[in-house]
Design a protein around this ligand. Structure first.
Ligand SMILES: *Cc1c(COP(=O)(O)O)cnc(C)c1O
Length: 471
């Protein structure tokens, strides 16, 4: 059958509308939606038939039937009403996965977001006077308590925090930084580029692996606006290295009236070594060392919403508060609600570790993960063409935090001769609640480290559905 004849087989809109199946769709969608869907599907069929590489033998003539067209219309309409940004199951084993939304909120933080979404709030109003209040006051006391800093400010993310700090403290001035700390994070945050944007001029000192106090001091001129330290959170320089202790740098800087700024990246509130993680500097240590302004992320190791938290000396925070950039970088009520609730969990460290999902995942034992793996396994059917196994593996922290740390985990591996792991991974991503996995040695890996207990049943059902289709 030629192209012309096939085109003529595409039913008229009215004929499609008179099919029984269209009544059902009309119950769920408007007439306008139905017509849009029919137009979309029939246009696609036309395009397919008219395409240069059209092959009659591969073309399914059945797809031209009104009934089949309506099936496609149903899928089309379902998809346009389905949110593009959908909740997902993170089975990659990367805990702080930036592309999957970084940190999950604690229940109390999610509830706080929900509350300010559905009600008006005291975002920026003073209860006592009824007059306009301060946007940041809800989190300032708790940040002070947890970090020991005199003052604080919150902006949209840590990149914004660094930009604001440099713009307010060192615009048109020189900022001295060690060559070993010119980091790039995730491709979109490069210290040199951020400095340029802020109007500060970069002065690099030392070498990649070594920097001494005298390097900083020799670089001081009339133009020096600040010393900047950047925590090399996503890599480590090992071997012959030398860095300058914060206290020493602060001492000499302050003698010369130069402020010291530190970008801590992840920013942990308390030492996690007793929970089995390697040493990572806490925000309080930087404040205690006398650093004037410290910046860190809200949604990395802190486990809260996306935010950039700035802590330090009152006189510098005041400068930031009066900088015009702050208005452009300011956080909304959802961020502040979630951040306050998250920070309040830190009043008790055991609470924080138990209730903040990021910390819980990082500190829980491998046995706990194994239990989740076994539970998942128990819900899975048996398949002739797939080998399903529970194995030991290593998960990663991600988010540029603890770059060399591997954490013990248990995974489900799926192996098949029938279908490649890439194809299988693709199909799992198309599930109702998309599943993101990883591939290792050609096997598909479902890492239970990052799968939440409440997701296991659904995860099993979706895996079963995909595997069943392949049998
Ligand atoms: C992650 C990171 C940033 C960027 O923080 P965002 O909150 O993603 O904007 C900046 N500096 C360091 C050292 C980081 O690790």
């Amino acid at each position: 059958m030629g192209k012309e004849e096939l085109l003529k087989l595409i039913p008229a809109v009215n004929d499609i509308l008179s099919e029984n199946k269209s009544e059902k769709i009309k119950n769920d969608y408007s007439r306008a939606d139905l017509l849009e869907g029919i137009r979309y599907v029939t246009d696609n069929l036309r395009t397919k038939i008219l395409a240069d590489d059209f092959s009659e033998t591969n073309f399914d003539q059945e797809s031209l039937k009104a009934e089949k067209i309506l099936d496609s219309v149903k899928i089309y309409l379902k998809n346009i009403y389905r949110p593009e940004m959908s909740p997902a199951i993170n089975a990659t084993g990367v805990v702080i996965h930036t592309n999957l939304g970084r940190s999950l909120l604690a229940d109390s933080a999610a509830e706080a977001v929900n509350n300010v979404a559905l009600h008006y709030s005291t975002l920026e109003i003073n209860r006592d006077t009824g007059e306009r209040g301060d946007r940041y006051s809800s989190v300032q006391d708790i940040i002070k308590k947890l970090t020991g800093a005199e003052a604080s400010l919150v902006v949209n993310n840590n990149a914004a925090a660094v930009t604001l700090v440099l713009a307010a403290i060192a615009e048109d001035k020189e900022v001295v930084i060690s060559r070993g700390e010119l980091v790039e994070i995730g491709g979109s945050f490069r210290v040199p580029e951020v400095m340029e944007q802020s109007g500060a001029r970069l002065v690099e000192v030392g070498s990649t692996n070594k920097v001494y106090l005298k390097d900083y001091l020799n670089a001081v001129t009339e133009e020096t606006g600040a010393f900047l330290k950047v925590h090399t959170s996503n890599y480590r320089i090992q071997g012959f290295t030398a860095t300058v202790e914060a206290e020493d740098l602060v001492n000499d800087a302050h003698q010369r009236d130069i402020p010291v700024i530190e970008d801590l990246g992840s920013g942990i509130i308390f030492d996690l070594q007793s929970y089995g993680l390697p040493y990572e500097p806490t925000v309080k240590e930087s404040i205690d060392a006398g650093i004037d302004l410290v910046t860190f992320s809200g949604d990395k190791l802190l486990g809260g919403p996306q935010a950039g938290i700035i802590v330090g000396k009152k006189k510098y925070i005041k400068k930031l508060e009066h900088h015009p950039l702050l208005r452009a970088l300011r956080v909304d009520k959802f961020t502040l609600a979630a951040l306050e609730a998250t920070l309040k969990l830190y009043r008790n460290f055991d609470d924080a570790v138990d209730k903040i999902p990021t910390l819980k995942m990082l500190t829980e034992s491998a046995e706990k993960v194994m239990q989740r793996a076994e539970k998942l396994f128990s819900y899975l059917d048996e398949y002739d063409n797939f080998t399903l196994k529970i194995e030991k593996d290593t998960a990663r922290i991600g988010g540029g935090s603890y770059p060399l740390t591997e954490i013990k985990t248990y995974v489900l591996t799926i192996d098949s001769e029938l279908i490649s792991s890439e194809e299988l991974a693709y199909k799992l991503r198309q599930a109702e609640m998309p599943i993101f996995s990883r591939i290792k040695n050609q096997k598909l890996i479902i890492d239970l480290k990052t799968v939440q207990p409440a997701e296991i049943k659904l995860l099993a059902a979706e895996i079963n559905q995909v595997l069943r289709e392949e049998v």
